[in-house]
Design a protein around this ligand. Structure first.
Ligand SMILES: NC(=O)c1ccc[n+]([C@@H]2O[C@H](COP(=O)([O-])OP(=O)(O)OC[C@H]3O[C@@H](n4cnc5c(N)ncnc54)[C@H](OP(=O)(O)O)[C@@H]3O)[C@@H](O)[C@H]2O)c1
Length: 258
């Protein structure tokens, strides 16, 4: 842990998708820095396992949550209000996609990825702002997107959804600055995380070769940036997207094209 252990003392943080991978590392780092942490995702069993692993670091609450359902976003806000009274930081980490050549993505598949990533992130952001950040006159949002700097050949749907998130983050950074709300995005490259299990192993077998730093990123490298952006060290940063990708956005091709 590179941050001071009291950095987020007294702060209340929600990490969506905090039961696994990158979200779990973010939840752990916030707990290690003194925060009270809420995690939510769809699978109760995953949340319970995560709670058991995380509770040694500090106070952690779990609740099932599907970010695609605005009523569930509101119910999560009520749960947080009941348990801690405030929410200082929202980490939109929940998301997912599947690889496919663009021409083979069905309307259903396209809608599912847009709904989960773009709409779900929007519902969570708006719900937490209205319930907590506006009344408190302060709040921070950090959203995990993907490295879509040069598009994302092989995952057109998620690249489009995440571009939408980066763009609404810019809009909200302006609209909500006077309300005390700061918002930024983190665009990870390829991170050694549970999320990679959703892809065929051969897709990532030799991928380090395509990254200037010749290695995959770690979940803690993404988590550290999330904590930095949520902290007072980033008090004057808003509306931005920062890449954690070992330089991958600038060079190399993961997907072979004809
Ligand atoms: N690993 C990478 O290389 C990489 C690179 C770029 C971006 N990302 C992004 O970083 C985030 C975390 O990825 P990861 O690698 O840690 O993968 P992961 O382990 O699959 O994490 C995704 C998390 O999101 C939750 N989730 C998905 N849909 C949800 C929904 N509708 N409502 C609530 N929770 C939902 C999942 O939990 P449930 O199944 O319990 O709902 C899971 O805990 C994702 O948005 C991913 O797309 C990852």
């Amino acid at each position: 842990m590179i941050f001071q252990s009291h950095l987020f003392e007294g702060k209340s943080v929600l990490v969506t998708g905090g039961g696994s991978g990158i979200g779990f590392a973010i939840a752990r780092q916030f707990l290690q820095c003194g925060a009270t942490v809420f995690i939510g995702s769809r699978k109760a069993e995953r949340l319970e396992e995560a709670r058991q692993s995380l509770e040694r670091y500090g106070p952690v609450y779990t609740r099932t949550l599907d970010i695609r359902e605005p009523e569930q976003a509101a119910a999560m806000a009520d749960f947080i209000a009941e348990k801690s009274g405030v929410l200082d930081i929202l980490i939109n980490n929940a998301g997912g996609q599947f690889p496919s050549p663009a021409e083979d993505i069905s309307p259903k598949g396209w809608q599912a990825v847009i709904n989960n990533n773009l709409n779900g992130t929007w519902y969570m952001t708006q719900a937490m702002a209205k319930k907590f950040f506006f009344p408190q006159q302060q709040g921070v949002v950090v959203t995990i997107t993907v490295n879509n700097y040069r598009g994302f050949p092989g995952m057109a749907h998620t690249a489009a959804a995440r571009a939408g998130i980066s763009n609404f983050t810019q809009t909200l950074a302006v609209e909500w600055a006077s309300r005390g709300v700061r918002l930024n995005c983190i665009a990870p490259g390829i991170i050694k995380s549970s999320g990679l299990e959703n892809y065929p192993p051969e897709m990532y077998a030799d991928v380090a070769r395509t990254i200037p730093m010749k290695r995959l990123g770690t979940v803690d490298e993404v988590a550290s940036l999330a904590l930095f952006l949520a902290s007072p060290m980033a008090a004057y940063i808003t509306g931005d997207t920062i890449y954690v990708d070992g330089g991958a956005r600038l060079w190399g091709d993961i997907w072979q094209i004809e």
